[in-house]
Every structure is written in C-alpha cells, then in structure tokens.
Design a protein around this ligand. Sequence first.
Ligand SMILES: [Zn+2]
Length: 355
Amino acid sequence: MKIGFQLVVSVDKLWVRVLRAKYNLEEVLPLSITRRNGSRLWKGICDIWDELKESVIWNIRNGRNTDFWYDTWIDSKGRLVSECNSNEVPRPVSVSTMVNGESWDWNRLQGWLPLPILEKLEACPIPKTSFGDDVPGWRWTENRCFTVGSAYEHLVTEEARNECSICGVGVEDIDHVLRRCTKAQALWLQVLGAASIGGEFFTQPFELWLMNNLFLSTSWGGSSSNWGMRFAIWCWLLWKLRCSMIFDDDFSEREDLLHRGLRLITECERVFGMTVPARVTEVRTPVRWERNGVADSLAAMGRLHGRSGVGFISPPDGVLSRLDSERTERLVEESFADLDSSRGREMGLVFDPGG
Ligand SMILES: [Zn+2]
C-alpha cells in the first residue's frame, strides 16, 4: 500500500518515474493500471489499486485534475455525488469549472447540494490556476499524509465488515472459520456424528469451545482418544482449506477434507503412539489474511517435527526472516532487476514498515 501510494504522490522520485514510465502511466491516478505483462511488484500494486484509489483524497490547487462529483476532495466522508439533490446523475466535471469569478458558483451549486455541504464548500479555498496541479493525499489521516498504521487500520476495519468468502453468511472471524461456516459445520457433523455432537457444540462461547475441545478430551470426542490432537488437526485443515480456496487461483479440492484429515490423524498417531496426548501449548488466532509462504513453512516445520497443530510461543527464526523477505525486498528488487540492491536501498526502495 505504501509503495502504491508513493506511486501516486511521489511522482518526482526516481523509482516512481521509472515505474510510471515502464508501465506508461500518464494520469496521476488512472482508473485502471492493469498491464498484460507486469512484474510481481506491479501485480501486487494492481491487486490493491481499487483500494488505493478509494484511499486518495485530493488537495485542491487549480482544481483541474479533480472531479467535482466523483473524486474525494472536500472531506474524508466520500464523494459529493452521493450528496447531490438533482434527479439526474451529474456528469463528471472538474472542480475548477464550479467557480464563478472569485467565489464558488453558488447559483448552480445551491440547486444541487444541501446546506451543510455548501457550508463546507464555503470553507474551501477557491482553486486558482497559479496554485499548480491538485495534489493527492491520504484519506485516512487528518493531515492527509500516509502512515502504515492508518492504512493497516483502514484495511482491518474494512475486512471486519466482510462476509465469509466461502458461504457468504456471517462475518469471517475465527469462530466462523472453525465452527460456524457451513463448511466447518458439515465437517464437524461428519467427524462427530449428529447424535454425539449436541447443541452445546455450536452454542458455547468460542474460547470455551476451543479450550474444551483441546484439553478436555472426553467432551465430544467420545471414545476416540487423543481428541485434543484430532480436534487441532481438523481446525488446521479447515484453516488451510480456506486459505487455498481464497488464495490459490487454480484451487480444486482433490481430496475431501474428511479423508485428508483421517489420513493425517493416522499418520500423527503412528508417530506419537496412541497414548501420547497432543501438546498444544498456545492457540493463536489469526486476525487477517496473509498471502505468503509463512503458513506453509510453519506447516512444514510442524510436519517435520511430527507436531501438527502445535502452537509456537514465539515465531521460529526461519519464519521471521521469511516474513521479512517475502513482504518487502524481494518484491521490490525483482522489479528492479537491473538495479543492484544497494542502489535500491539508497533510493529508498526498500519498504520501511516504520512509516
Ligand atoms: Zn462461511
């Protein structure tokens, strides 16, 4: 997001000029930037472009590049088109055309906008040619400057509003993923059977449900030993399945969840022996999606140690370094293969999560 935003606001920086020239961007904030051949960095920016466009607020100078109705400029609440009283949908016009001499064109505007908006407009300086081009700003902070924190916060609240991308019912929180989603419910019914599952399984508070299943092996697992471990495996598979369904472009469910799980359980029990209880040390609840190999390396490690479903108290070293490299430098450096990476650092290409 930071790199994308720089692409819009820092048009004078060398790396931005390089990128913009390479992908032929003429407008400051084009509607679409999709290109047939793009580097990994470019594809990443394309993925967030719509979100990014929504995050831009225009600081009016000469008012020529900003659309009066369809760009966000007057305050962070959104576009003026949603405030328009007129029966007709307004045509796109630049902010500069809404000026009459030394003031806003009140004659026209009064018919279109409600009083509170007109008052806000009155407080805005009149655009002037001598002020130069309009300048894009970041919508989610008061001073309109980008911060990683505000971008993250914005994304998280946006995401919190999102419905489950698999069943479309309910908010996609961790309770939904592991228990309430139709996908999860179907699995639990298959695993435990309708008769033994009982009402409480689906009604207990989430944390309690999780703890009961992980540590009180007898509650729903019935006669099956190692329920804590089995339960952790089922949860893990539900999570993995969801990640694949959402992030793998060519996802297909080759083996159904039930059989994959049973296979994995057999494997684990063979490694541990039937009597060893699962050593679940900590349950971490992920808060947002991450498309990277970290989950996979964790899974691989878990498998390597024969400890699927075991939580890590702190992230293992390999994972940390992987996180670092995946998020940042690799993306940038691949895109600038012709520049060596020290040069990249010098130019400030390397992502700085500090802000
Ligand atoms: Zn769902």
